[in-house]
Design a protein around this ligand. Structure first.
Ligand code: ATP
Length: 236
């Protein structure tokens, strides 16, 4: 059994089924991507794993069934979600936003160490720690969102579209941080509309279309597969 093992997952908004029985596996230490176009269900998948919406099926994490867990139980287990659109607290400072990620923690020393880790990974944030989040650029806001997730001490970090709306140079910097986190032991589950980026950085990927997994494989293999090139990488 994989570390995160999802079987026959169905998710619902107001009784309407939007994920139609997904199977997905993530091993500890891995970097897995889910690619898919607008509305395919990528956000819904991550919200399901963090137990933010109603689901059926099974979500096993470290052998434990998470389906009836609350979002805070997921965070305590080490599943930390970095949401689409960053969702910062605009009238709080960078530091206050970062500390919100440690909201459930009581290990003061660990929190202090993780804050140092955030500033080491993302030095811009150290320089801007007293600045209001609302006044940051889009790239800096994404850095705060990732920093806040680091403050939750993730074992499994789920990232929703971290490249969204950012210039290529900034996107690269953000992905280098994600890569480093993975190299230092954080398991990554990334959902991205930017398929080339996701396939470049991940080891394994799933393709999601209209609430169903339609393909999966090693990212390097998918990135040269004709159907993927045509549908997601803009090639004929
Ligand atoms: P995007 O990249 O645009 O966010 P996505 O792949 O993340 O797309 P989801 O946001 O998961 O897709 O949406 C999957 C389906 O669920 C879509 O058909 C969408 O319209 C529907 N949906 C999403 N959020 C809600 C909601 N709060 N209420 C009702 N339907 C929703």
């Amino acid at each position: 059994m994989a570390w995160l093992e999802i079987r026959d997952l169905k998710a619902f908004y107001h009784g309407t089924e939007v994920l139609h029985g997904l199977d997905l596996r993530v091993d500890e230490g891995d970097f897995v991507a889910v690619i898919g176009s607008n509305g395919a269900g990528k956000t819904t998948l991550l919200r399901s794993i963090s137990r933010l919406i109603a689901v059926q099926g099974s979500i096993l994490f470290g052998g434990q069934d998470m389906v009836r867990s609350r979002p805070r139980d997921c965070v305590r287990q080490g599943i930390v979600h970095c949401p689409e659109g960053r969702l910062l607290f605009p009238e709080m400072t960078v530091l206050q936003n970062l500390m919100m990620g440690a909201f459930l923690r009581r290990d003061t020393d660990g929190v202090r160490q993780d804050l140092e880790r955030v500033y080491d990974y993302l030095p811009t944030l150290a320089n801007r720690k007293n600045q209001w989040a609302a006044t940051l650029s889009g790239g800096e806001q994404q850095m705060v969102a990732i920093g806040r997730a680091i403050m939750g001490h993730p074992r499994l970090l789920t990232l929703d579209e971290p490249s969204f709306g950012l210039a290529p140079l900034v996107v690269n910097a953000i992905f280098e941080v994600i890569k480093r986190l993975n190299a230092e032991g954080v398991t990554i589950l990334l959902v991205e509309q930017n398929a080339s980026l996701a396939l470049e950085f991940s080891r394994f990927a799933y393709v999601l279309e209209e609430g169903r997994i339609v393909d999966e494989g090693l990212s390097i293999g998918l990135s040269t597969k004709k159907s993927i090139l045509q549908a997601y990488l803009g090639m004929d």
